[in-house]
Design a protein around this ligand. Structure first.
Ligand code: PMP
Length: 296
């Protein structure tokens, strides 16, 4: 359960019990998926609680809203302040914060004229560990970038993710690796994908993926560590039986992949670049200083 009788959420400028936070059945978002959201993690850093790259997540939230014509007039700074207050009110440290902008009642197929903002949070301990995941290639490809704003985090896009992830689990895998409409590897249902071959990392370029903030952190860490990364298109055949692979996302952090369609990767996880980056990512999320962007 994400909330109980004591949980407080933020809704349109007010602090209210989660159990009293309701939306209207006429909200356009509920009918057509015109909402935008973020997933942000907070960590215990020394004696304080800190969101990792909260500013970047809130910039993307506002960008996502603008990209689908959802009006929102707040600022990144306000959203960050509200989020820390939310964590405090709910006595949370290691948590997942979920801001969500959604449309007011409206049934027409046009940009919403008014919106609501809600922010909730729940306790979510770090997932990190050496547990590896098994993926399969999904029969569901990622949405065509000319059919939507693929680089935005839009609620409606997640029907595609849910179809892919549910199909994978029904077949006995942990998650789905999705292709783009051209048949190249794109990303997982809720995370970006990297693979390793002969000491070089490969990941899909922007275009058919949600270019995640964790993906960006990994690219920056690689630059810092002198690890070569190629952002290019590749097929699933190129990934089978290569040296190693991992997925990255705010929720997943850095998770090693054991196999793809039952093809195991050749290196033991502890000997891969992914493993090194998993440790570096953990350090980055817990460093005292705020994350500083290295220009790529
Ligand atoms: N791709 C998809 C489809 C996702 O849902 C996510 C999670 N937001 C990601 C990639 C990773 O994005 P981020 O690192 O910003 O969490």
């Amino acid at each position: 359960m994400y909330f109980d009788s004591t949980t407080i959420v933020y809704l349109d400028g007010q602090w209210i019990p989660a159990q009293e936070a309701h939306a209207s059945v006429y909200d356009q978002t509920l009918h057509y998926g015109t909402g935008v959201f973020e997933g942000i993690r907070s960590y215990q850093v020394g004696d304080r609680t800190r969101m990792f790259r909260g500013t970047d997540h809130y910039r993307r939230l506002i960008y996502s809203a603008q990209s689908i014509g959802l009006p929102y007039h707040g600022t990144v700074e306000d959203l960050e302040i509200i989020s820390y207050e939310l964590l405090e009110k709910n006595d949370l440290t290691e948590a997942y914060i979920r801001p969500f902008i959604y449309s007011a009642p409206m049934m027409s197929l046009s940009f919403p004229t008014a919106s609501h903002i809600a922010i909730c949070a729940w306790s979510w301990k770090k997932l990190l560990g050496d547990k590896l995941t098994n993926l399969c290639i999904s029969p569901y490809c990622r949405p065509h970038p000319r059919s939507c704003r693929i680089e935005a985090k839009v609620s409606g896009h997640y029907v595609n993710s849910i179809l892919a992830a549910t199909d994978a689990r029904a077949k006995g895998y942990d998650d789905a690796l999705q292709l783009d409409v051209e048949g190249n590897v794109a990303e997982c249902s809720g995370a970006n994908f990297f693979f390793e071959k002969e000491g070089i990392l490969y990941t899909a370029p922007p275009g058919h993926i949600l270019p995640g903030i964790t993906r960006d952190t990994i690219l920056q860490l690689c630059k810092h560590m002198g690890i070569q990364v190629r952002q290019e298109f590749f097929t699933s055949e190129e990934v089978f039986q290569t040296d190693g692979a991992f997925l990255v996302g705010t929720a997943a952090e850095v998770t090693g992949i054991n196999s793809l369609n039952d093809h195991a990767f050749t290196l033991p996880w502890q000997e891969t670049l992914g493993y090194l980056l998993q440790k570096e990512y953990e350090t980055a999320t817990h460093q005292e200083d705020d994350w500083k962007v290295i220009s790529l």
